[in-house]
Design a protein around this ligand. Structure first.
Ligand code: SF4
Ligand code: SF4
Ligand code: SF4
Length: 349
């Protein structure tokens, strides 16, 4: 059985670059245990709530209707999104749970130019309420970070049994008969199964779709800025470059300058690096935190920065410094010490 969610193996951070503590966020967030340890999706268990998609930083799980949603958001007039249990007056999304931080910020930016309304069912009674609650939590956090964003209207359906006549956006006042929502999931799955046979697809890209849309909408806003969690490097950095080597997105890169004079006079010093630079491409950073976790000198932190389109899509020099070498044997060291581990523990004085 096929469902609306699809898994892109090439987009999973674990596939992009192995890490000792592999990501399991999709597996852990799924309320129905529909994702196996190897990230295989069980369509019979999946309710298409979108929680895995919202929590996955890199589009490992994506809703198949994403591209349709993009067209609706960017080409239509006023925006109305409704979940399947709400009054069907606009573009139907499976659940609020599919909106992550970037998704909410896209809606907030779009709300500066047109009205944005989200219609929900009675979330407390919905089987996907956990996904919805996670997304609402994300919305609240964005609101704290960006208190003066344009308003989004959220309307809860007053009647949970039946729905009112449907008026499609952009189609005037066309009226369709009352719809009973019972069994809507099964019907949509049956329909999708006819033309989409697989739960997995081999799609790989670096900038997740919501981030691509965020960039698209930000580009159209003159002087527009969004609060972005960007990496900063503290003075305790030992210039080891491990953080850049571990980044699965290629968002953090290192540039090394070698001291050619030294290598000429002393072959033993050939590998010495005179200067290391850390460069961040914010649009690729999915805030997975691997670089922060791997840094032995705890030099990396995230902090909110107001970012324009130019900064978000640019390459930013966030640090430069001289790598450390053991003052006794000359080997590269990765801590804030003068001696390497071997020299510091040897008896030789
Ligand atoms: S949440 Fe995304 S990156 Fe993490 S394991 Fe699942 S698919 Fe991979
Ligand atoms: S000390 Fe930390 S921040 Fe500096 S280069 Fe090494 S891992 Fe990166
Ligand atoms: S948080 Fe660090 S490791 Fe993760 S994508 Fe961003 S720069 Fe790369």
């Amino acid at each position: 059985m096929t469902c609306q969610m699809v898994y892109h193996n090439g987009n999973c951070l674990n596939t992009k670059k192995p890490f000792a503590r592999a990501c399991k966020m999709c597996i852990e967030i799924c309320p129905y245990h529909a994702i196996s340890e190897y990230r295989q999706l069980n369509a019979k268990k999946c309710t298409e709530c979108g929680a895995c998609m919202a929590v996955c930083p890199s589009d490992g799980f994506v809703d198949r209707a994403m591209d349709n949603l993009h067209d609706y958001l960017f080409t239509g007039q006023d925006i109305v999104l409704n979940c399947p249990l709400a009054i069907p007056r606009g573009f139907e999304i499976p659940c609020l749970g599919m909106l992550d931080r970037d998704g909410w910020m896209i809606l907030m930016l779009l709300a500066e130019g047109k009205s944005v309304t989200i219609m929900t069912g009675v979330c407390a009674e919905c089987e996907d309420r956990q996904a919805c609650a996670t997304s609402v939590q994300t919305f609240k956090q964005v609101h704290v970070d960006w208190p003066d964003h344009a308003a989004i209207r959220i309307q809860v359906r007053p009647d949970k049994e039946t729905v009112e006549p449907k008026t499609k956006e952009g189609r005037g006042s066309a009226v369709v008969p009352q719809v009973n929502l019972t069994g809507w999931r099964q019907k949509s799955r049956d329909k999708i199964e006819e033309w989409l046979p697989s739960l997995a697809a081999d799609d790989t890209y670096t900038v997740p779709k919501y981030r691509q849309w965020l960039i698209e909408v930000l580009e159209k806003k003159k002087d527009g800025k969004i609060p972005f969690r960007a990496l900063s490097v503290a003075a305790s950095c030992t210039n080891c470059g491990v953080c850049a080597a571990i980044c699965p997105q290629g968002a953090l890169q290192k540039q090394e300058e070698r001291n050619l004079d030294q290598s000429a006079e002393d072959p033993a010093k050939e590998e010495k690096i005179a200067l290391l630079r850390l460069i961040l491409e914010p649009q690729k950073c999915v805030q997975c935190g691997r670089c922060v976790e791997i840094c032995r000198s705890q030099a990396l932190t995230f902090s909110l920065k107001l970012m324009s389109h130019r900064l978000l899509t640019g390459r930013i020099l966030i640090h430069e410094g001289i790598p450390r070498y053991c003052s006794r044997c000359g080997k590269r060291i990765f801590d804030n010490t003068d001696l390497c581990l071997v020299c510091s523990t040897s008896n030789r004085l």
